[in-house]
Design a binder for this molecule. Structure first.
Ligand code: SF4
Length: 364
């Protein structure tokens, strides 16, 4: 790539681009940052058009984000790493983009073998030789606390949004909260914003029954955290007056993730060995949700996601033993939103009937 001003970009996942952009702006001051346009059907169509058919759908979304970012002027792309085969996808995406004629640099900031602040620092330092470790550590931790604040507020929203008295009140306040984050200039200012909005969220009027229908969502991390990729499943459940619980968030994965030995202990007789990526988590959490008396579990995954396919028989056993319905969804580029909504509707009706008649059945 000829010498020119560097413009860095990265793939989307939920609202986390706010935190990523915040970190880049403060530690790579020598580089411009360009957040790709929000994901739309066009993003997915673009990504799917240039992806091998068989790859899991997060690859297609990421490729769509890269293409839109390159077309918007980016020339330095951050490869998204991750467990499972996603860790190898960067090389294929790079080759596809080069074959399409794009001129860019492709860098990996996440080393799958080495997820720690020092490894992150050495990668950022390569991009900004002036960067001191003290500055990096400060903003890295501040960004992590920002992500934690976003995740905590999200959990409050998830638990209450289905019961909002004023339609759109949670969405409106969340938008306002997210807009404030880029102006954070230290831990105190982050804490002020977080406390202020957390209190405001708790003051929003809700009409929540004492024993609402509760559904847990488990599965693969990208489809859990990028709402577009699951046809906005959490929003759909909220519209039906369901309280939603989800464990996997970025702060959970970075800091609060249980040890695999604990997950296996929680999964009990249903799982003896780790099954990779988020599969072990899905089984352990499904059992915990069943024991906590949840009305149902929704398991979501990209089509062909091996670790999550492996977790399904164990979840079915949990479903049978605890008489708790589990609804399974696979998402790909062709998933029909109408089909998803119809199945959710049926699942909801069944949960309501079970509440009334205290009967149960599984949905596959
Ligand atoms: S966890 Fe699933 S979606 Fe992610 S890379 Fe592995 S197979 Fe693909």
């Amino acid at each position: 790539m000829a010498s020119q001003e560097k413009i860095i970009s990265f793939p989307h996942m939920g609202n986390y681009h706010i935190a990523i952009e915040f970190l880049i702006r403060h530690v790579l001051e020598n580089i411009q940052v360009l957040t790709p346009p929000p994901i739309t059907k066009k993003t997915l169509e673009l990504g799917a058009k240039h992806s091998p058919d068989f790859v899991c759908v997060p690859f297609k979304y990421n490729l769509g984000n890269y293409l839109e970012a390159l077309d918007g002027g980016a020339n330095l792309l951050v490869q998204s790493g991750g467990g499972c085969r996603f860790g190898y996808y960067g090389e294929i995406q790079e080759q596809i983009l080069r074959d399409l004629g794009y001129d860019f640099e492709f860098i990996s900031i996440i080393d799958n073998e080495n997820v720690n602040p020092l490894a992150f620092f050495s990668r950022f330092k390569r991009l900004n030789p002036q960067l001191s470790f003290a500055r990096f550590a400060y903003y890295f931790y501040l960004t992590f606390k920002m992500i934690e604040a976003m995740d905590t507020i999200d959990a409050t929203i998830r638990a209450n949004i289905g019961f909002a008295v004023q339609e759109g009140s949670f969405e409106k306040l969340q938008k306002e909260f997210l807009q404030k984050l880029p102006s954070v200039n230290g831990f105190r200012s982050l804490d002020r914003i977080y406390r202020h909005y957390h209190a405001l969220f708790r003051q929003l009027e809700v009409n929540k029954p004492a024993n609402p229908i509760r559904v847990g969502i488990v599965g693969e991390l990208y489809t859990l955290m990028e709402p577009f990729s699951s046809c906005f499943i959490e929003k759909e459940l909220a519209k039906k007056g369901i309280q939603v619980t989800r464990f996997i968030t970025v702060s959970y994965l970075l800091r609060h993730h249980p040890k695999s030995s604990d997950l296996l202990k929680w999964a009990g007789k249903y799982l003896e060995y780790e099954i990779g990526a988020d599969g072990t988590d899905s089984v352990a959490r499904a059992k915990m949700l069943a024991e906590a008396g949840y009305d149902g579990v929704i398991h979501i995954k990209p089509f062909g996601c091996t670790p999550e396919v492996n977790s399904m028989p164990m979840m079915q056993n949990i479903s049978n033993d605890y008489k708790m319905p589990v609804l399974y969804f696979s998402f790909d580029a062709q998933t029909s939103e109408t089909g998803v909504h119809t199945r959710l509707e049926a699942f909801h009706d069944m949960l309501m009937m079970r509440r009334e008649a205290n009967t149960w059945q599984n949905v596959i």
